[in-house]
Design a protein around this ligand. Structure first.
Ligand code: HEC
Ligand code: HEC
Length: 152
């Protein structure tokens, strides 16, 4: 009875509608020009304060606090946005960059700490490795929010 086969699948697809659960919105993909524009607006607003350390130029900084503000924004661009393949707005409200409106800061900060620990503790324990051996966000993420678990 082939005609009845698709029904469970149909029900599964309709389930979010029936239960009222909204599907998560698709992430805004990374775009180099868009990121550059957003950074330019922030730098413009900072004026000469762009030369200050990130924790003086911004309010909620815990990672790379002593990096100059401009370099800190490069970390946002390259590590946080590009390597995950998402625009700044995936984590931020551009009206208030310090506000964790989307509840994404915790995960990103924990990932930063994990990378630090892999580089400083885990890799150093492996005998026979080059001292320069390290991982970064791109090592796992490669332009995607969810790292691959297989090669397909
Ligand atoms: C994966 C999530 C994520 C993405 C994508 C991301 N950020 Fe961030 N951003 C964070 C987190 C987390 C912090 C706080 C980090 C810390 O503790 O120093 C932060 C901090 C900042 C701050 C400092 C806010 C303040 O006043 O404390 C600015 C400005 C900023 N990001 C700009 C950007 C820009 C511009 C982009 C895009 C090019 C971007 N971010 C992409 C997660 C993200
Ligand atoms: C050792 C591999 C690894 C590295 C390195 C790594 N991540 Fe992740 N990351 C993961 C895994 C695994 C997940 C969970 C994916 C899932 O939900 O299935 C994840 C999830 C995330 C998420 C949540 C994605 C979402 O759905 O919104 C963010 C944000 C994130 N990572 C940021 C970072 C940042 C920033 C770095 C670099 C500082 C980093 N990650 C480095 C493995 C890694």
């Amino acid at each position: 009875m082939r005609a009845t086969a698709p029904r469970p699948l149909l029900l599964l697809l309709l389930l979010p509608l029936l239960t009222g659960a909204a599907p998560a919105p698709a992430p805004v993909p990374y775009d180099q020009d868009a990121a550059a524009r957003q950074i330019a607006v922030i730098l413009e607003r900072l004026g000469e304060r762009r030369l200050l350390a990130a924790n003086q130029a911004f309010t909620g900084v815990t990672i790379a606090p002593t990096s100059p503000a401009e370099r800190y924004l490069r970390i946002m661009d390259e590590a946080f946005s590009r390597s995950l393949g998402v625009d700044c707005v995936h984590c931020h409200d551009p009206q208030d960059w310090a506000r964790d409106a989307k509840h994404k800061f915790g995960v990103a900060r924990a990932m930063w700490a994990m990378v630090y620990s892999i580089n400083q503790d885990q890799l150093r324990k492996i005998e026979g490795l080059d001292r320069k051996a390290r991982v970064n966000c791109t090592t796992c993420h490669r332009g995607r929010l969810k790292p691959a678990l297989d090669l397909d």
